[in-house]
Every structure is written in structure tokens, then in C-alpha cells.
Ligand binder design. Structure first.
Ligand SMILES: C[S@@+](CC[C@H](N)C(=O)[O-])C[C@H]1O[C@@H](n2cnc3c(N)ncnc32)[C@H](O)[C@@H]1O
Length: 214
């Protein structure tokens, strides 16, 4: 396995891998109040967050470039990702803190549940405009279209694939379309100790602040 940071975990490219709503709620410290407005999940992939939130009456929209692909392609990509991740976890199990998931099998089961919920909602949701094919750093939405934008396991994590310019433009664009932006995690895939994970809440963070802060 390469020693290059980020490829240590055996992944190249951004992995199409999806989480469930309870995971997002924990990552982003979401409450009924936080979710009372319109919510964008940016880089949502096969996560079931949007599907589950829609079932709860939340006005959720998911955006990802993979939504332009056929379901059969998405399923095949996901199966390949699961195999790669199973191997990577076996090799690097001790790099991770397992308090939240328990063990690898429970984590993989959770991912499969997320994917199945996503796949059952995707055709209808796409026809209703809840799943949008698009990609950062340019979002196909008007200014202040959403109350909250979330970005899970895309920014920072894949800093070996996505450079600083991309990060600045992506964060700036999310703050353009949403009043508040939350990003998780704030670490790179190459980091050895994952205990430093934190949730960033940046209400009112605008593009001018982002560009001057570097
Ligand atoms: C690791 S998955 C995370 C999925 C979901 N957010 C979650 O946490 O379960 C990363 C997702 O980012 C998507 N992605 C890759 N490049 C992107 C871009 N430029 N803009 C938006 N999404 C992107 C991928 O297609 C993939 O579905």
C-alpha cells in the first residue's frame, strides 16, 4: 500500500459510500430545530439522509455527480467500494476509533442499509427534483436557496484528490446557496488519529471571509 497520505487507506478517487440519517445527526449535531428549514446535502452520494429526512417531513435536497449514472452502475460501484473498504479496514482496523460503530461488520451493514434506502427513494426523488446531478465548486442553485447545507466525508477528507483552491471555492459556493454550512469531518484520510474529528459550524461565513482567511 502506498505511504502517500490519503492513499494509506487504500482508496483512490472519492469513494461512493453512503451514511444513514442517525450518523449525520451525530456528525452535525442536528436537531428538529436545525432541520426545520430547507436542507442541502452536498456530495450526498448513496447516503439515505435525504430519503429518511423526506420521510420525516424535512425539505431535503441531495446533490452529487453520481446522480447522472444509471442505478445499475451505482450498485456496481458501491459493491466494488465495499470490497475495497472491507480489505482496507482489515488492514488498518487499529487506526480507527470504533466506539460509535462497534465493529467493521456493523459499519458495513449500516452502509448497506443506507444504500438500500437511498435506492428505494432515488427514482421518485429524482423525478421530483430532490436528487440533483451536480458538483462542487459550482452549485446549480440560486443565492440563499437553503437554510442549511451539509457536506459529509468529501471536503478535507480527500485533500489528496481535492486541492486548496477547490476547498475554498466549494466552501464559498456552499455559503452562497445556504445561510449556514456544516462540514464533517475536518481531517484528511491520511491522518493517523481520527479522534480529532470535529463538526464545523460556520453560520454567516461568507466568501469574503473565506478568501481572506486563506
Ligand atoms: C465518501 S462519499 C460521502 C457520501 C455522503 N456525503 C456520506 O457521508 O455518506 C463522497 C461523495 O462525494 C461525491 N463527490 C465527488 N466529487 C464531488 C464534487 N466535486 N461535488 C460534489 N460531490 C462530489 C462522490 O460522488 C461521493 O458520492
Amino acid at each position: 500500500m502506498s505511504s502517500e497520505p490519503g492513499r494509506r487507506f487504500g482508496l483512490s478517487g472519492v469513494t461512493p459510500w453512503g451514511r444513514r440519517a442517525f450518523e449525520y445527526e451525530a456528525f452535525f449535531d442536528l436537531s428538529a430545530d436545525t432541520l426545520s428549514g430547507t436542507v442541502l446535502d452536498c456530495g450526498a452520494g448513496p447516503s439515505s439522509f435525504s430519503a429518511e429526512m423526506t420521510q420525516r417531513g424535512v425539505k431535503a435536497t441531495a446533490l452529487d455527480p453520481i446522480y447522472g449514472s444509471a442505478v445499475s452502475t451505482l450498485r456496481a460501484d458501491l459493491a466494488r467500494a465495499e470490497e475495497r473498504i472491507r480489505v482496507a479496514f482489515a488492514a488498518e482496523h487499529d487506526r480507527f476509533v470504533w466506539d460509535f460503530y462497534g465493529d467493521t461488520e456493523r459499519l458495513l451493514t449500516t452502509r448497506r442499509q443506507a444504500a438500500e434506502t437511498f435506492f428505494s427513494d432515488f427514482p421518485l426523488g429524482q423525478s421530483l427534483g430532490r436528487y440533483i446531478c451536480g458538483e462542487l465548486p459550482e452549485l446549480p442553485f440560486g443565492t440563499s436557496r437553503f437554510d442549511l447545507a451539509l457536506c459529509s466525508h468529501l471536503l478535507f477528507l480527500y485533500d489528496h484528490e481535492l486541492d486548496l483552491k477547490f476547498h475554498l471555492e466549494a466552501l464559498s459556493e456552499m455559503t452562497r446557496v445556504a445561510a449556514e454550512v456544516r462540514v464533517f469531518p475536518l481531517i484528511s484520510l491520511g491522518r493517523v488519529n481520527t479522534k480529532g474529528c470535529a463538526c464545523a459550524t460556520v453560520p454567516g461565513w461568507n466568501s469574503r471571509k473565506l478568501s481572506t482567511s486563506g
